[in-house]
Design a protein around this ligand. Structure first.
Ligand code: FAD
Length: 406
């Protein structure tokens, strides 16, 4: 654990977003401290060997090409993909209440894959492994319990009684960011009144390197393909977002009954669902900070915005924040400007707010569109999906946007 108490930049929260930011900032030459509540040694433990559904991290992310590029520039992509990961070439989206279906193909975009499904802990582990070889002052296994600011000085209090200070403090402490609250940055938020049920399954048919997503009026169900060390193509991570009451009913079912419901909900596209892991339920809430910055302070990742998982974009938006903040702070460093400079931070906010809001609005639109079951709306969306599926250029533009391709 680092004994240093003063840094150019302090990052609070070593999740997928904060740990990437800390690594990138240190590569730029800033003195960086990273505070993470969890124990770093536990994070560094290698993922299991994948002999069964329980070996997989229930939390996985569909990492876009743009996020892949960032992780590659940080020098961790090779480590992340040295073990199990699953690039997918096709994404099939359909309306469970009609005949509309859209298929996105990597080949149509001349890309090797539409994205890569990776267990979250594998990403965090690779980032922490790189951090332990970097100059970042890692302060782990201890929680931040407060924020202080006096004129141009600012910093944080730790639960072990220590006080740290920095020119710039960046909160990457997740959706329930305490720092965001202490600094007093309000959010706009609303409850979807849905929960996402997450678990790993094994199916009788191969996932065919396809991300499957079926919409129903009570919420979307995604089957995201996973690969084992030996290349077994029968594991998927599911994210089943359902209205809260329905989610509670599904969570209460025994494994056999849950499997049957899953098979029916995915219309047996992958044959029978053989096994399911333990299920986890996450309440879904949309949140967006009205401002991402304050004097000597910035928000990144889920601390700034949380979004419905239906398009798998939360971490990708967080990595967009990291790219933008790294870009602005590099320019500042090259010009000899302090990291807490108001204009530097304002430029970061301008670059990110619009893009994040646009993605959140698009997700909300999708959710509303598929949440309606009036006959006319159903007809329109099914006709629209079939029509869109025929329109190569427009369909490919949508896919390229989601992948973060330029
Ligand atoms: C069901 C589901 C499926 C998803 N699927 C996808 C997907 O396919 N693709 C995608 O891009 N995104 C997806 N997401 C979103 C993605 O998981 C999040 O956007 C991402 O994990 C946010 O990362 P983060 O680092 O900002 O926050 P977090 O992962 O929440 O990390 C915050 C860190 O801060 C630490 N911390 C918190 N408080 C303190 C404190 N007081 N002191 C010290 N440390 C602290 C925590 O220990 C934690 O390590 C999904 C989300 C859900 C719920």
């Amino acid at each position: 654990m680092s004994e240093q108490t003063y840094f150019d930049i302090l990052v609070v929260g070593g999740g997928m977003v904060g740990s990437a930011l800390a690594l990138g900032l240190s590569r730029q030459g800033w003195s960086v401290g990273l505070v993470e509540a969890s124990d770093c040694n536990a994070l560094l433990q290698a993922p299991g060997k994948a002999s069964g559904v329980e070996d997989f991290d229930p939390r996985v992310s569909a990492i876009s090409a743009a996020s892949q590029r960032l992780l590659d520039q940080l020098g961790v992509w090779a480590d992340i993909t040295a073990g199990r990961h699953c690039p997918y070439q096709t994404m099939t989206v359909w309306d469970g209440d009609g005949t509309g279906r859209i298929q996105f193909e990597a080949a149509e975009l001349r890309a090797p894959a539409l994205g890569t499904i990776i267990e979250n802990r594998r990403i965090v582990r690779a980032l922490f492994s790189a951090l332990s070889d970097s100059d970042v002052g890692l302060i782990d296994g201890v929680k931040v319990t407060g924020w202080w600011q006096q004129q141009n000085k600012r910093g944080i209090h730790l639960e072990d009684g220590r006080t740290l200070s920095a020119q710039l403090v960046v909160a990457a402490d997740g959706a329930h960011s305490r720092l965001r609250q202490w600094v007093g940055l309000p959010t706009r938020e609303w409850d979807y009144d849905q929960q996402a049920i997450v678990c790993t399954v094994r199916t009788t048919q191969s996932h065919r390197f396809t991300a499957w997503q079926r919409f129903s009026p009570t919420g979307p169900l995604a089957f995201l393909p996973l690969s084992t060390e030996t290349g077994d193509e029968h594991f998927c991570s599911i994210v089943w977002s359902q209205d809260t009451e329905e989610a509670r009913r599904l969570m209460a079912l025994d494994d056999g009954a849950f499997r049957t419901e899953l098979e029916n909900a995915i219309e047996r596209e992958l044959g029978a669902v053989e096994v399911v892991s333990r299920r986890h339920a996450f309440p879904l809430r949309q949140r967006h900070a009205k401002d991402y910055i304050a004097s000597g302070f910035a928000l990144v990742g889920d601390a700034a915005h949380t979004i419905h998982p239906l398009a798998g974009q939360g971490a990708n938006l967080g990595y967009g924040d990291v790219r933008a903040l790294l870009g602005e702070l590099l320019r500042a460093r090259q010009a000899g400007i302090n990291p807490d400079n108001d204009r530097v931070l304002a430029r970061y906010q301008r670059r990110r707010k619009g893009e994040n809001l646009a993605m959140m609005a698009a997700m909300e639109g999708f959710k509303q569109l598929f949440g309606r079951d009036e006959l006319t709306v159903r007809w329109l969306r099914n006709t629209g999906m079939r029509w869109l599926n025929q329109l190569g250029p427009i369909k490919n533009r949508i896919a390229a946007e989601a992948m973060g391709l330029d």
